[in-house]
Design a protein around this ligand. Structure first.
Ligand code: BGN
Length: 286
């Protein structure tokens, strides 16, 4: 069996054991020596995370956010993502939780839209979120001024990615990291469930926005900067060009309102130390 089927149960143990070696301290080691090297505030920020990957500042903030990360078989990326994102969101003083939505099953390619739709439904059952951030696991924000928040219209946060020379590759790109309120997401009927494999699901989402006359909101190019982890190009979706021809026709019946009936079934939700893990069976038979 492949990496995809393995439970993610020990990801946070791996982080502690191999990356930070917190549990390798012996009695004759000076306690605190190691954390001084890594920086105490940074270590505290991971220690402060509540089980399930949640954190909130002492004083109430205006908005509760959920980070939704679709996932299949990229353990190394997920580790780095979690190690970076918790301190980042805490520095911004956000009231947040991180959810990892894993795809189980080999029948279909990676169906990001299905995982986003199931993720959306599951996180709102779990908490009263005002804003959902849909986040690729391989993107890391570089600038703390890029506030993780929603806007009056759907917000595209990953404006300037290193891989694209810190420029928008095209005007209406809506992939990578985006933020939507539950009301915005429901209006658009979420993502299409038909895009499996790399590419196009974000362009389909843009067409939904266009249909509803919603403009993309974005941070400035010098603020919305991201580093992308190196990896092989994903297994492409060869049907994406054809699917994008029928976006407008499908928008109201292919998405959030039928995700439970097609190709997907949620199997479990579990609390890990640095995230809440939702596993979704995805296949032709569901
Ligand atoms: C585009 C992809 C997007 C992807 C960006 C950036 C397609 C549809 C065919 C026109 N779109 O080309 O999904 O986010 O590149 O990588 O492939």
């Amino acid at each position: 069996s492949s990496e995809d089927d393995q439970p993610l149960m020990n990801v946070e143990d791996d982080i502690v054991d191999t990356n930070l070696s917190l549990s390798n301290e012996t009695d004759d080691q000076e306690v605190g020596e190691e954390s001084a090297v890594l920086g105490d505030p940074w270590m505290d920020m991971l220690d402060n995370v509540k089980v399930g990957g949640k954190w909130a500042p002492d004083t109430n903030v205006w908005e509760k956010i959920a980070i939704v990360v679709p996932y299949r078989g990229r353990r190394a990326h997920l580790k780095m993502f979690l190690l970076y994102m918790h301190p980042f969101l805490q520095r911004q003083g956000r009231d947040y939780a991180i959810y990892v939505i894993g795809q189980r099953g080999q029948e279909l390619k990676f169906c990001k839209g299905i995982l986003y739709n199931i993720g959306f439904i599951s996180v709102l059952k779990d908490g009263d979120y005002d804003c959902i951030i849909f986040h690729d696991v391989d993107l890391i924000p570089e600038d703390d001024r890029n506030i993780y928040t929603c806007g009056d219209t759907p917000r595209h946060l990953s404006v300037a990615v290193d891989k694209f020379n810190y420029k928008l590759p095209y005007k209406n790109i809506f992939g990578g990291v985006v933020a939507m309120t539950p009301a915005q997401y429901r209006l658009l009927n979420g993502y299409s469930n038909l895009f499996c494999g790399w590419g196009g699901e974000d362009d389909d989402m843009y067409k939904r926005m266009h249909k509803h006359k919603l403009e993309i909101s974005r941070p400035d190019e010098d603020i919305g900067r991201y580093t992308m982890f190196q990896h092989e190009l994903g297994d492409e979706n060869k049907q994406r060009f054809n699917l994008l021809k029928t976006s407008d026709l499908r928008a109201d019946k292919d998405g959030l309102n039928n995700v439970g009936k097609v190709r997907a079934k949620i199997t479990s939700m579990s609390r890990q130390r640095l995230f809440t893990h939702i596993v979704v069976n995805v296949g032709k038979r569901y």
